[in-house]
Design a protein around this ligand. Structure first.
Ligand code: MG
Length: 402
Protein backbone atom coordinates (compact mmCIF):
# COMPACT_ATOMS: atom_id res chain seq x y z
CA UNK A 1 0.00 0.00 0.00
CA UNK A 2 1.15 3.49 -0.71
CA UNK A 3 2.22 5.84 2.02
CA UNK A 4 -0.13 8.53 0.78
CA UNK A 5 -3.22 6.99 2.35
CA UNK A 6 -5.79 9.52 3.45
CA UNK A 7 -6.15 9.07 7.22
CA UNK A 8 -8.61 11.01 9.39
CA UNK A 9 -9.12 11.02 13.13
CA UNK A 10 -12.42 11.26 14.97
CA UNK A 11 -12.21 12.31 18.62
CA UNK A 12 -15.35 11.36 20.51
CA UNK A 13 -15.93 13.94 23.22
CA UNK A 14 -19.68 14.27 23.61
CA UNK A 15 -19.94 12.36 26.91
CA UNK A 16 -21.21 14.13 30.03
CA UNK A 17 -18.77 12.36 32.36
CA UNK A 18 -20.88 12.55 35.52
CA UNK A 19 -18.86 9.85 37.23
CA UNK A 20 -15.97 12.22 37.85
CA UNK A 21 -17.93 13.79 40.69
CA UNK A 22 -20.98 15.79 41.59
CA UNK A 23 -18.93 18.92 42.20
CA UNK A 24 -17.85 18.95 38.58
CA UNK A 25 -19.12 21.93 36.65
CA UNK A 26 -17.89 20.68 33.30
CA UNK A 27 -17.66 17.18 31.81
CA UNK A 28 -14.40 15.45 32.68
CA UNK A 29 -12.77 15.91 29.27
CA UNK A 30 -12.67 19.65 29.95
CA UNK A 31 -10.89 19.24 33.29
CA UNK A 32 -7.19 19.92 33.46
CA UNK A 33 -4.50 17.42 34.30
CA UNK A 34 -1.02 18.80 34.69
CA UNK A 35 -1.99 22.24 33.40
CA UNK A 36 -3.66 21.07 30.18
CA UNK A 37 -7.21 19.89 29.54
CA UNK A 38 -7.82 16.19 29.08
CA UNK A 39 -9.35 16.76 25.65
CA UNK A 40 -6.41 18.86 24.45
CA UNK A 41 -4.00 16.12 25.55
CA UNK A 42 -6.14 13.50 23.81
CA UNK A 43 -6.16 15.49 20.55
CA UNK A 44 -2.50 16.48 20.47
CA UNK A 45 -0.90 13.33 18.95
CA UNK A 46 -3.34 13.48 16.03
CA UNK A 47 -2.94 17.18 15.29
CA UNK A 48 0.74 17.02 14.43
CA UNK A 49 0.86 13.51 12.99
CA UNK A 50 2.28 13.65 9.46
CA UNK A 51 0.00 10.84 8.23
CA UNK A 52 -3.25 12.42 9.39
CA UNK A 53 -5.14 14.73 7.03
CA UNK A 54 -7.76 16.08 9.39
CA UNK A 55 -9.39 15.75 12.79
CA UNK A 56 -13.09 15.77 13.62
CA UNK A 57 -14.07 16.38 17.22
CA UNK A 58 -17.55 15.26 18.23
CA UNK A 59 -18.73 17.42 21.11
CA UNK A 60 -21.98 17.97 22.97
CA UNK A 61 -24.02 20.89 21.61
CA UNK A 62 -23.79 22.62 25.01
CA UNK A 63 -20.01 22.44 25.12
CA UNK A 64 -18.94 24.76 22.29
CA UNK A 65 -17.57 27.42 24.62
CA UNK A 66 -15.88 24.84 26.84
CA UNK A 67 -14.27 23.27 23.82
CA UNK A 68 -13.09 26.58 22.49
CA UNK A 69 -11.52 27.50 25.84
CA UNK A 70 -10.05 24.04 26.39
CA UNK A 71 -8.26 23.89 23.06
CA UNK A 72 -7.31 27.53 22.54
CA UNK A 73 -3.62 26.82 23.12
CA UNK A 74 -3.53 23.87 20.74
CA UNK A 75 -1.91 24.26 17.42
CA UNK A 76 -1.36 21.60 14.86
CA UNK A 77 -0.69 20.87 11.26
CA UNK A 78 -4.16 19.70 10.33
CA UNK A 79 -7.62 21.27 10.22
CA UNK A 80 -10.01 20.56 13.10
CA UNK A 81 -13.76 20.29 12.47
CA UNK A 82 -16.39 20.31 15.17
CA UNK A 83 -19.65 18.37 15.00
CA UNK A 84 -22.36 17.83 17.59
CA UNK A 85 -22.73 14.32 18.96
CA UNK A 86 -25.73 12.14 19.69
CA UNK A 87 -27.26 10.50 22.72
CA UNK A 88 -24.85 7.56 22.92
CA UNK A 89 -21.18 7.05 22.18
CA UNK A 90 -22.14 4.83 19.28
CA UNK A 91 -24.31 7.56 17.78
CA UNK A 92 -21.66 10.23 18.30
CA UNK A 93 -19.09 8.06 16.61
CA UNK A 94 -21.34 7.53 13.60
CA UNK A 95 -22.08 11.27 13.36
CA UNK A 96 -18.34 11.93 13.33
CA UNK A 97 -17.85 9.42 10.52
CA UNK A 98 -20.81 10.75 8.50
CA UNK A 99 -19.37 14.26 8.75
CA UNK A 100 -16.32 13.25 6.74
CA UNK A 101 -18.03 10.81 4.40
CA UNK A 102 -17.16 13.04 1.44
CA UNK A 103 -13.47 13.44 2.34
CA UNK A 104 -12.22 10.37 0.51
CA UNK A 105 -10.70 8.95 3.69
CA UNK A 106 -9.04 5.57 3.33
CA UNK A 107 -8.64 5.02 7.06
CA UNK A 108 -10.07 6.53 10.20
CA UNK A 109 -8.84 6.44 13.79
CA UNK A 110 -11.54 6.84 16.43
CA UNK A 111 -10.28 8.00 19.82
CA UNK A 112 -11.92 8.70 23.17
CA UNK A 113 -11.35 12.22 24.49
CA UNK A 114 -11.12 10.66 27.97
CA UNK A 115 -7.78 9.02 27.09
CA UNK A 116 -5.31 11.91 27.43
CA UNK A 117 -2.14 9.81 27.59
CA UNK A 118 -2.28 8.43 24.10
CA UNK A 119 1.25 8.27 22.71
CA UNK A 120 2.52 8.55 19.18
CA UNK A 121 3.86 4.97 19.10
CA UNK A 122 0.43 3.47 19.86
CA UNK A 123 -1.13 5.61 17.10
CA UNK A 124 1.60 4.52 14.67
CA UNK A 125 1.06 0.82 15.42
CA UNK A 126 -2.65 1.17 14.59
CA UNK A 127 -1.90 2.95 11.31
CA UNK A 128 0.73 0.33 10.43
CA UNK A 129 -1.76 -2.51 10.94
CA UNK A 130 -4.25 -0.72 8.66
CA UNK A 131 -1.54 -0.32 6.03
CA UNK A 132 -0.90 -4.05 6.35
CA UNK A 133 -4.50 -4.65 5.32
CA UNK A 134 -6.51 -4.96 8.55
CA UNK A 135 -10.13 -3.72 8.32
CA UNK A 136 -10.31 -2.99 12.03
CA UNK A 137 -7.46 -2.52 14.52
CA UNK A 138 -7.81 -2.59 18.29
CA UNK A 139 -5.01 -1.35 20.53
CA UNK A 140 -5.24 -3.42 23.70
CA UNK A 141 -3.25 -4.59 26.70
CA UNK A 142 -3.38 -8.02 28.29
CA UNK A 143 -5.41 -8.12 31.49
CA UNK A 144 -3.00 -8.62 34.37
CA UNK A 145 -5.35 -8.55 37.37
CA UNK A 146 -7.13 -11.71 38.48
CA UNK A 147 -10.77 -11.30 37.54
CA UNK A 148 -13.71 -12.10 39.81
CA UNK A 149 -17.40 -12.30 39.14
CA UNK A 150 -19.64 -11.17 41.97
CA UNK A 151 -23.31 -11.47 42.83
CA UNK A 152 -25.76 -8.79 43.95
CA UNK A 153 -24.40 -8.98 47.52
CA UNK A 154 -20.80 -8.13 46.53
CA UNK A 155 -19.83 -11.74 47.13
CA UNK A 156 -17.46 -13.46 44.76
CA UNK A 157 -19.10 -16.33 42.94
CA UNK A 158 -16.42 -17.13 40.42
CA UNK A 159 -12.79 -16.54 39.44
CA UNK A 160 -12.65 -15.79 35.74
CA UNK A 161 -9.66 -17.01 33.78
CA UNK A 162 -7.78 -14.09 32.27
CA UNK A 163 -6.32 -16.27 29.52
CA UNK A 164 -6.85 -14.52 26.23
CA UNK A 165 -8.47 -11.49 27.86
CA UNK A 166 -7.42 -8.03 26.73
CA UNK A 167 -8.54 -4.56 27.77
CA UNK A 168 -9.65 -2.50 24.78
CA UNK A 169 -8.22 0.98 24.24
CA UNK A 170 -8.48 3.69 21.60
CA UNK A 171 -7.66 4.94 18.98
CA UNK A 172 -9.28 2.09 17.13
CA UNK A 173 -8.43 2.10 13.46
CA UNK A 174 -10.65 1.20 10.53
CA UNK A 175 -11.00 1.01 6.84
CA UNK A 176 -13.19 4.10 6.49
CA UNK A 177 -15.93 2.83 4.19
CA UNK A 178 -16.20 -0.48 6.06
CA UNK A 179 -16.69 1.09 9.48
CA UNK A 180 -19.14 3.71 8.19
CA UNK A 181 -21.11 0.94 6.51
CA UNK A 182 -21.13 -1.15 9.72
CA UNK A 183 -22.41 1.84 11.73
CA UNK A 184 -25.16 2.51 9.18
CA UNK A 185 -26.21 -1.16 9.28
CA UNK A 186 -26.41 -0.99 13.09
CA UNK A 187 -28.82 1.96 12.80
CA UNK A 188 -31.00 0.04 10.36
CA UNK A 189 -30.96 -3.00 12.68
CA UNK A 190 -31.72 -0.79 15.74
CA UNK A 191 -28.55 -2.09 17.41
CA UNK A 192 -27.56 0.61 19.87
CA UNK A 193 -25.69 -1.34 22.54
CA UNK A 194 -22.08 -0.95 21.39
CA UNK A 195 -19.60 0.77 23.68
CA UNK A 196 -16.78 0.89 21.17
CA UNK A 197 -16.43 0.91 17.41
CA UNK A 198 -14.68 -2.44 17.17
CA UNK A 199 -17.82 -3.98 18.69
CA UNK A 200 -19.83 -2.53 15.81
CA UNK A 201 -17.39 -4.12 13.36
CA UNK A 202 -17.51 -7.47 15.17
CA UNK A 203 -21.31 -7.41 15.05
CA UNK A 204 -21.16 -6.65 11.31
CA UNK A 205 -18.96 -9.70 10.82
CA UNK A 206 -15.55 -8.08 10.29
CA UNK A 207 -12.27 -9.34 11.72
CA UNK A 208 -10.70 -7.09 14.36
CA UNK A 209 -6.92 -7.25 14.56
CA UNK A 210 -5.16 -6.60 17.85
CA UNK A 211 -2.27 -4.13 18.08
CA UNK A 212 -0.18 -3.42 21.14
CA UNK A 213 -1.70 -0.71 23.32
CA UNK A 214 0.05 1.14 26.10
CA UNK A 215 -0.34 0.66 29.86
CA UNK A 216 -0.33 4.43 30.36
CA UNK A 217 -3.12 5.00 27.81
CA UNK A 218 -5.75 4.82 30.51
CA UNK A 219 -9.27 6.18 30.40
CA UNK A 220 -10.25 8.84 32.91
CA UNK A 221 -13.65 7.90 34.26
CA UNK A 222 -13.69 8.63 37.97
CA UNK A 223 -12.33 11.37 40.21
CA UNK A 224 -9.79 8.81 41.45
CA UNK A 225 -8.59 8.31 37.84
CA UNK A 226 -8.16 12.07 37.55
CA UNK A 227 -6.05 12.23 40.72
CA UNK A 228 -3.94 9.26 39.61
CA UNK A 229 -3.37 10.97 36.28
CA UNK A 230 -2.18 14.11 38.10
CA UNK A 231 0.23 12.04 40.18
CA UNK A 232 1.53 10.28 37.09
CA UNK A 233 2.22 13.59 35.34
CA UNK A 234 3.92 15.02 38.42
CA UNK A 235 6.16 11.97 38.71
CA UNK A 236 7.05 12.27 35.05
CA UNK A 237 7.89 15.95 35.20
CA UNK A 238 11.61 16.59 35.06
CA UNK A 239 13.08 18.91 37.65
CA UNK A 240 13.91 22.25 36.06
CA UNK A 241 17.67 22.30 36.49
CA UNK A 242 19.57 24.57 34.13
CA UNK A 243 23.24 25.04 33.41
CA UNK A 244 24.98 28.16 32.16
CA UNK A 245 28.53 28.88 31.14
CA UNK A 246 30.64 31.98 31.01
CA UNK A 247 34.05 32.97 29.69
CA UNK A 248 36.19 36.03 30.30
CA UNK A 249 39.70 37.30 29.67
CA UNK A 250 41.54 40.30 31.08
CA UNK A 251 44.93 41.67 30.17
CA UNK A 252 47.80 41.63 32.68
CA UNK A 253 49.61 44.95 33.20
CA UNK A 254 52.17 46.28 35.70
CA UNK A 255 50.69 46.23 39.18
CA UNK A 256 50.64 44.88 42.71
CA UNK A 257 48.32 41.89 42.63
CA UNK A 258 45.35 40.24 40.89
CA UNK A 259 41.76 39.88 42.05
CA UNK A 260 40.49 36.32 41.40
CA UNK A 261 37.27 34.83 42.82
CA UNK A 262 36.89 37.84 45.06
CA UNK A 263 40.26 37.69 46.78
CA UNK A 264 43.44 39.62 46.06
CA UNK A 265 46.58 37.61 45.37
CA UNK A 266 50.04 39.18 45.53
CA UNK A 267 51.65 39.39 42.12
CA UNK A 268 53.93 41.74 40.20
CA UNK A 269 51.06 42.46 37.81
CA UNK A 270 47.40 43.31 37.95
CA UNK A 271 44.45 42.58 35.69
CA UNK A 272 43.42 45.54 33.60
CA UNK A 273 39.79 46.53 33.43
CA UNK A 274 37.14 49.04 34.33
CA UNK A 275 36.24 47.28 37.60
CA UNK A 276 38.66 45.19 39.66
CA UNK A 277 38.86 42.97 36.53
CA UNK A 278 38.19 39.72 38.41
CA UNK A 279 37.88 37.41 35.39
CA UNK A 280 36.64 34.51 37.51
CA UNK A 281 33.70 36.47 38.94
CA UNK A 282 32.92 37.95 35.53
CA UNK A 283 32.75 34.51 33.92
CA UNK A 284 30.64 33.17 36.79
CA UNK A 285 28.28 36.17 36.60
CA UNK A 286 27.68 35.36 32.93
CA UNK A 287 27.13 31.68 33.73
CA UNK A 288 24.42 32.52 36.28
CA UNK A 289 22.69 35.07 34.05
CA UNK A 290 22.65 32.46 31.28
CA UNK A 291 20.48 30.10 33.33
CA UNK A 292 17.51 32.45 33.09
CA UNK A 293 18.24 34.09 29.77
CA UNK A 294 19.08 37.38 31.50
CA UNK A 295 21.75 38.54 29.08
CA UNK A 296 25.35 39.02 30.14
CA UNK A 297 27.42 41.11 32.51
CA UNK A 298 27.80 43.93 29.98
CA UNK A 299 24.01 44.33 29.76
CA UNK A 300 23.72 44.89 33.51
CA UNK A 301 27.00 46.68 34.19
CA UNK A 302 28.04 48.59 31.06
CA UNK A 303 31.78 49.40 31.14
CA UNK A 304 30.79 52.89 29.99
CA UNK A 305 29.07 53.50 33.33
CA UNK A 306 31.49 55.42 35.62
CA UNK A 307 29.90 54.05 38.80
CA UNK A 308 31.58 50.64 38.19
CA UNK A 309 35.06 52.14 37.93
CA UNK A 310 37.27 50.16 40.30
CA UNK A 311 34.22 48.36 41.68
CA UNK A 312 34.50 45.01 43.42
CA UNK A 313 33.24 42.36 41.00
CA UNK A 314 31.52 40.64 43.91
CA UNK A 315 28.78 43.27 43.33
CA UNK A 316 28.23 41.85 39.85
CA UNK A 317 28.09 38.26 41.01
CA UNK A 318 25.77 39.15 43.88
CA UNK A 319 23.47 40.96 41.43
CA UNK A 320 23.40 37.88 39.17
CA UNK A 321 22.41 35.73 42.17
CA UNK A 322 19.58 38.20 42.89
CA UNK A 323 18.39 38.10 39.27
CA UNK A 324 18.40 34.30 39.38
CA UNK A 325 16.37 34.41 42.62
CA UNK A 326 13.86 36.83 41.06
CA UNK A 327 13.33 34.22 38.34
CA UNK A 328 12.65 31.58 41.01
CA UNK A 329 16.12 30.04 40.88
CA UNK A 330 18.30 28.53 43.58
CA UNK A 331 21.99 28.20 42.78
CA UNK A 332 23.10 24.59 43.11
CA UNK A 333 26.79 24.88 42.34
CA UNK A 334 29.47 27.04 40.77
CA UNK A 335 32.60 25.84 39.06
CA UNK A 336 35.45 28.07 37.87
CA UNK A 337 38.49 27.12 35.81
CA UNK A 338 41.31 29.66 35.72
CA UNK A 339 43.82 29.59 32.92
CA UNK A 340 47.00 31.41 33.91
CA UNK A 341 50.78 30.94 33.88
CA UNK A 342 51.16 33.00 37.05
CA UNK A 343 50.49 33.60 39.88
CA UNK A 344 50.20 30.10 41.31
CA UNK A 345 46.54 29.42 42.09
CA UNK A 346 46.91 26.19 44.09
CA UNK A 347 47.73 27.78 47.46
CA UNK A 348 44.66 30.05 47.17
CA UNK A 349 42.05 27.60 45.93
CA UNK A 350 40.43 26.99 49.29
CA UNK A 351 40.19 30.71 50.06
CA UNK A 352 38.72 31.28 46.59
CA UNK A 353 36.08 28.58 47.12
CA UNK A 354 35.16 30.11 50.47
CA UNK A 355 34.93 33.53 48.86
CA UNK A 356 32.60 32.23 46.11
CA UNK A 357 30.45 30.47 48.73
CA UNK A 358 30.17 33.71 50.71
CA UNK A 359 29.23 35.88 47.74
CA UNK A 360 26.71 33.41 46.26
CA UNK A 361 25.32 32.27 49.60
CA UNK A 362 25.83 28.53 49.18
CA UNK A 363 28.03 26.00 50.97
CA UNK A 364 31.72 25.60 50.11
CA UNK A 365 31.23 22.02 48.87
CA UNK A 366 29.11 23.49 46.06
CA UNK A 367 31.93 25.78 44.94
CA UNK A 368 34.85 24.58 42.89
CA UNK A 369 37.96 26.38 41.68
CA UNK A 370 40.42 24.73 39.34
CA UNK A 371 43.45 26.10 37.58
CA UNK A 372 45.68 25.22 34.72
CA UNK A 373 48.52 26.85 32.84
CA UNK A 374 48.31 27.15 29.10
CA UNK A 375 51.59 25.25 28.53
CA UNK A 376 53.25 28.54 27.50
CA UNK A 377 50.95 28.70 24.46
CA UNK A 378 49.14 31.75 23.17
CA UNK A 379 48.43 34.98 25.05
CA UNK A 380 48.04 33.19 28.36
CA UNK A 381 51.29 31.31 27.72
CA UNK A 382 53.07 34.59 27.07
CA UNK A 383 51.70 35.85 30.40
CA UNK A 384 49.75 38.63 28.68
CA UNK A 385 46.45 37.84 30.36
CA UNK A 386 44.34 35.47 32.45
CA UNK A 387 41.26 33.63 31.20
CA UNK A 388 38.43 32.08 33.18
CA UNK A 389 35.70 29.62 32.30
CA UNK A 390 32.73 29.18 34.64
CA UNK A 391 29.76 26.84 34.87
CA UNK A 392 26.80 27.17 37.19
CA UNK A 393 23.73 25.02 37.77
CA UNK A 394 20.49 26.49 39.03
CA UNK A 395 17.28 24.79 40.13
CA UNK A 396 14.15 26.68 39.09
CA UNK A 397 11.16 25.65 41.18
CA UNK A 398 9.93 25.27 44.71
CA UNK A 399 12.45 23.83 47.10
CA UNK A 400 10.09 21.11 48.35
CA UNK A 401 10.47 19.56 44.92
CA UNK A 402 6.88 20.16 43.85
MG1 MG B 1 35.40 40.99 32.29
Amino acid sequence: MSDSMNVWAVIVAAGRGHRVGADTRAPKQYREVGGMTIIARAMRPFLDHPDISGVVVVIHADDEELFEAATRELSGLVPVRIVHGGKTRQESSRIGLESIADKGADFVLIHDAARPFIDRATVDRVIDALRDGAEAVLPAVAVSDTLKRIDDHQTVIDTVSRDGLFAAQTPQGFDFNTVLDAHRKAVVASEARFTDDCAVMEWAGHAVKLSRGSRTNTKITTLEDLHMAEDMLNARRLPDIRTGNGYDVHRLVEGDGVWLCGIKIDHDKRLDGHSDADVALHALTDALLATCGAGDIGDHFPPSDPQWKGASSSIFLRKAVDIVAEHGGTVLNADVSLIAEAPKIGPHRQAMRESLARIIGITVDRCSVKATTNEKLGFVGRDEGIAAIATASVYYGDLDGK
